[in-house]
Ligand binder design. Structure first.
Ligand SMILES: Nc1nc2c(ncn2[C@@H]2O[C@H](COP(=O)(O)OP(=O)(O)O)[C@@H](O)[C@H]2O)c(=O)[nH]1
Ligand SMILES: [Mg+2]
Length: 254
């Protein structure tokens, strides 16, 4: 059954999970229902990134019930980017979708991103998140960082670091191709796309409040914020000096 599905998968949805035991089952159910509504064969790749709760048990249960679900387990935490890389290595469609596993992105919105991707001749479709009831200092930090990213990398994105995206897998591989090490590279995918002159269409989406689990920025840790700002400077230096950031896929989409 799994082999049959793998042959004509149109979309691989990649969701990194860190301590998301209470969100996995709903994410699976809503994503598979969305594939059905879209009328496509899709797969959902869940990456357990060294969770300390029962996330892996929940993923195993989902794999047993649904051939469309694939699970990958990291015994040690590798961060969101490490999760995305494992997702790329363990998925099969030419087109991929990244989504958070905590249900802040609505799985039903995959369909809206997909429709835009079918309609618009762009490299990437990216969700613009409209947060519901987010802490004020998180909002200020997020919009300030967005403005700094736009100024530093010459982009005009409304939500540069939204992790809810559809593009071809080879486009995303290039976005993740960097020289230095980063702990929070997820903040730079819009910037990395802009530097390589990938075209982006933006889709407005609701960013819901977390119902279970905790954000990695909960409590607004100053250390993480300082680190993100430092990594931004580092990424600007490498994009100015390393020729890989000029590369684009050999075949364009249109
Ligand atoms: N693979 C991996 N995923 C993570 C890690 N930290 C968070 N995530 C996932 O990335 C998504 C966004 O993380 P979250 O902490 O909610 O960030 P926020 O939405 O920006 O507050 C969620 O689906 C998390 O499960 C991590 O260390 N590794
Ligand atoms: Mg979240």
């Amino acid at each position: 059954m799994r082999e049959q599905i793998m042959t004509d998968v149109k979309l691989s949805v990649i969701a990194p999970c860190f301590n998301e035991e209470h969100n996995v089952a709903t994410l699976v159910q809503r994503t598979l229902a969305t594939f059905k509504a879209m009328g496509i064969v899709g797969e959902l790749v869940l990456i357990d990134d060294g969770s300390r709760d029962r996330t892996w048990e929940r993923i195993t249960e989902a794999m047993q019930k649904h051939p469309e679900v694939r699970g990958v387990r990291h015994l040690k935490n590798r961060g969101i980017e490490g999760g995305w890389l494992s997702g790329l290595d363990n998925s099969s469609a030419d087109v991929i979708c990244l989504i958070d596993s905590d249900l802040q992105n609505r799985p039903e919105d995959i369909e809206r991103l997909w429709e835009t991707y079918q309609r618009e001749p762009v490299d990437i479709v990216q969700a613009v998140r409209h947060p519901q009831g987010l802490e004020r200092r998180r909002l200020v930090f997020s919009s300030t960082l967005n403005a700094i990213l736009n100024i530093s990398f010459g982009t005009h994105l409304r939500d540069s670091k939204s992790g809810f995206v559809i593009c071809r897998r080879e486009v995303f591989r290039l976005i993740l191709d960097h020289k230095f090490k980063y702990r929070y590279f997820q903040s730079f995918i819009g910037a990395a796309a802009g530097v390589r002159q990938f075209t982006v269409a933006e889709v407005d989406t609701t960013f819901e409040q977390r119902r279970a689990g905790q954000s990695f920025l909960a409590g607004f840790p100053v250390k993480a914020v300082v680190r993100i700002v430092w990594e931004l400077a580092k990424f600007r230096v490498e994009t100015l000096t390393d020729p890989r950031h000029k590369e684009r896929p050999r075949t364009s989409r249109y």
